[in-house]
Design a protein around this ligand. Structure first.
Ligand code: NFD
Length: 321
């Protein structure tokens, strides 16, 4: 009888424990998920102010210190101009010209060689090396302040639990971030002169979209008579499947004829060594890295480990005998 009631006690304790484990797991899941939604959403205007003001100071005091020679820009003033361009406006009716005052105030001369890009966000910035090798829009103050940030106008702009609308030709054609990047890319292209470059992802088909900012804003804005040449630099991580995109890609042919009619020279290079070397640091297993011989280091170490294991087995057999 005693044994029986002890068993019952143990069973009910176990059930209690199980319930606690299930409840704890559920609570962990809920807490983790709500935290992730919070972290992954856009920045509210309040948080955006902190980031933009911080980046504004950082850009002028540590990133591009040479700009200070012309007088430091007032970050409060820049934030006010940026904020009033979109924050209190209907979230789907914000157009590029709303940002005119901000663009004019944040604009500065570009000293380096301009690099446009499409389909290679992040990699283009690594290649430009913070303006040391090339200058992308993101290496200028306008691009630096907002690069990688998600924001919008209207009610969602100040409420992180509402989501920002995605750009949609019918339902929401003119978002704040779309309008901002349109204004920024038009301004960047307007300033181009001499020999400029574009970095493209040749693994994509076509190499850039007809709806891209590069094709729809930047290319038409390049000024004939100022821009002498545009060189396309392609990273093609699967050269055996996507063969000779410089000659075969439909959009690149359109780019070439567009520029030629405006007397802007065009040339195209696929997988130059410096670009491939940089790409392979983060993508060592891709085809182009294997073919360039850059992964032989890791292949060698695998081979050496296998040889070592075989030798060990032989030694053990030898010792047993
Ligand atoms: P795209 P594109 N994380 O690759 N630009 O030709 C974040 F946060 O088709 C620069 O249309 O090229 N954003 C920017 C990302 C924006 C990510 C627009 C990612 N992982 C235009 N991946 C910019 N810095 O954001 C992609 N994006 C977004 C000028 C990115 O924010 C540059 O001077 C942008 O909305 C460049 O010559 C979009 O992907 C050309 O226009 C870019 O789409 C690139 O525009």
């Amino acid at each position: 009888m005693n044994l029986h009631s002890n068993r019952e006690k143990m069973a009910s304790l176990w059930t209690l424990h199980k319930s606690w484990v299930v409840i704890s797991l559920l609570m962990t899941y809920v807490l983790q998920c709500s935290a992730q939604t919070e972290c992954g959403s856009h920045l509210t205007v309040k948080d955006l102010e902190v980031v933009v003001q911080g980046r504004c100071l950082d850009f002028q005091r540590t990133v591009q210190t040479n700009l200070c020679a012309n007088g430091i820009k007032n970050c409060n003033d820049l934030w006010t101009k940026f904020n009033t361009s979109f924050a209190e406006k209907p979230q789907c009716n914000i157009t590029a010209n709303f940002f005119d005052d901000f663009i004019a105030a944040a604009d500065h001369d570009i000293n380096g060689t301009q690099l446009f890009w499409s389909g290679v966000w992040g990699f283009a910035q690594k290649y430009s090396d913070g303006g040391k090798r090339y200058t992308t829009l993101e290496d200028t103050m306008i691009g630096y302040l907002l690069n990688g940030l998600s924001f919008c106008g209207g009610e969602a702009g100040s409420n992180s639990s509402l989501s920002c609308p995605s750009r949609d030709a019918d339902k929401c054609p003119n978002t704040a971030s779309g309008a901002f990047w349109t204004a920024a890319s038009l301004n960047f292209a307007k300033k181009a002169s001499g020999h400029v470059y574009v970095l493209l992802n040749a693994t994509k088909d076509p190499v850039f979209k007809s709806s891209s900012y590069f094709w729809s804003n930047e290319v038409p804005t390049l000024r004939a008579g100022f821009v002498e040449r545009l060189s396309a630099i392609l990273i093609n991580d699967s050269p055996s499947t996507k063969r000779d995109p410089c000659a075969n890609d439909e959009m690149l042919q359109q780019l070439k004829s567009n520029l030629t009619t405006r007397n802007i020279n065009f040339d195209c290079v696929e997988n130059p060594r410096d670009l491939v070397n940089l790409y392979c640091v983060d993508n060592p297993t891709s085809e182009v890295c294997g073919s360039s011989g850059l992964t032989t280091g890791s292949a060698t170490s695998v081979r050496c480990r296998n040889i070592f294991l075989i030798q060990l087995v032989f030694l053990m057999i030898f010792a047993i005998q």
